[in-house]
Design a protein around this ligand. Sequence first.
Ligand code: RFL
Ligand code: PHB
Length: 393
Amino acid sequence: MRTQVAIIGAGPAGLLLGQLLFKAGIDNVIIERQTGEYVLGRIRAGVLEQVTMDLLARAGVDARAKAEGLPHEGIELLFKGARHRIDLLGLTGGKQVTVYGQTEVTHDLMNAREAEGLTTIYSASQVSLHGFDGERPTVRYEKNGATHEIECDFIAGCDGYHGVSRASVPSGAIHTYEKVYPFGWLGVLADVPPVSHELIYANTPRGFALCSMRSPTRSRYYVQVPVDERVEDWSDEAFWNELRLRLDPEARDHLVTGPSLEKSIAPLRSFVAEPMRFGRLFLAGDAAHIVPPTGAKGLNLATADVGYLSRALEVFYREHSASALDRYSELCLRRIWKAERFSWWFTSLMHRFPDTGEFGQKIQEAELDYLVHSRAASTSVAENYVGLPLEDF
Ligand code: RFL
Ligand code: PHB
């Protein structure tokens, strides 16, 4: 088989890239290790920046996100037992975010791809990348006992943190930066109405908590837990009890509990691989960088990367110029490092670390108190939370 762009991974980065390239008339094939059902079963991000909504619109897959997504004009910060609102809309001159689950984004992209009859190879094993340091890269994989090969012009490595793309780069050509946090998030999805109409990020002496949602009848809640905690040791009742202890009195009264539809623990990590390009292999999304989820940036960074990559490939095929491809890594990384900084800072401010102690708790509360009462500090949080603008090539 031959295509212009071979895309490794059918997560949001790979699927959105496929759709953006298709709209630009660029032929592409997606190779995914898992089944489509498995990909859809992963409960992950929930907050979309306007930049992501605009990219979904460019790809022609924003209809349901616009109709069913919940526009959020603010977020609430809870500390010392009281909630304080950050007015995203007012502080950013009209910007907001949309609450719409990653599962739904993936679903919409998969449906659009199927409707256009584009090729996605699911359940591909032993995926390997070859020749990307030259002009004729190839991707090999096994399926149903046979080995297949795809010839292409470019490979897009959209296969997440544990994928094969980054691992295929010679170690001397790549530099990685990493910070691992000594805690994780225990998350529960449940068909109960959200405790509040806006997201609540809570700093408490018992640790961080987050109240989020997927719809007016489906809630997503998280509590910070030690990194070695086992999900089997958390009954639904134990989760709801711990969450309740981290809320303010009003939210505690309003909290509706119910059986969990999903329960899992996600470790927290900051990670960046530089550069994001090796010859004709381009990394995008979690394959190149990870943020702790506190800033709601993981999915949004992945979509921004493929926004840049699709534009650069369009320039290549339309103008026979590699100038935009040559700037891809630099342009992505400038924005990525700012999101890394924001996610690290917000995580540090909101969580209890092993050495936080009484002094550290007081310092966090003082910073939060300053933040919600200073227009300058609140504006900085709001600007970063709604997402920084994309640059032009
Ligand atoms: P994905 O979604 O990981 O998709 C990568 C795809 O590549 C496939 N793959 C391979 N395919 C072929 N060959 C191989 N050798 C392959 N190896 C892997 C995988 O099966 C998968 O389908 O990366 P992408 O597209 O870059 O998207 C990034 C987002 O998924 C990610 O940034 C966010 O979901 C991060 N994240 C969260 N972000 C938030 O903003 N809020 C959250 O609450 C939140 N929760 C999470 C998360 C990430 C998690 N991970 C990575 C384990 C919770 C978890 C558990
Ligand atoms: C979610 O709804 O899963 C979610 C929302 C905001 C975050 C992280 C996760 O910062």
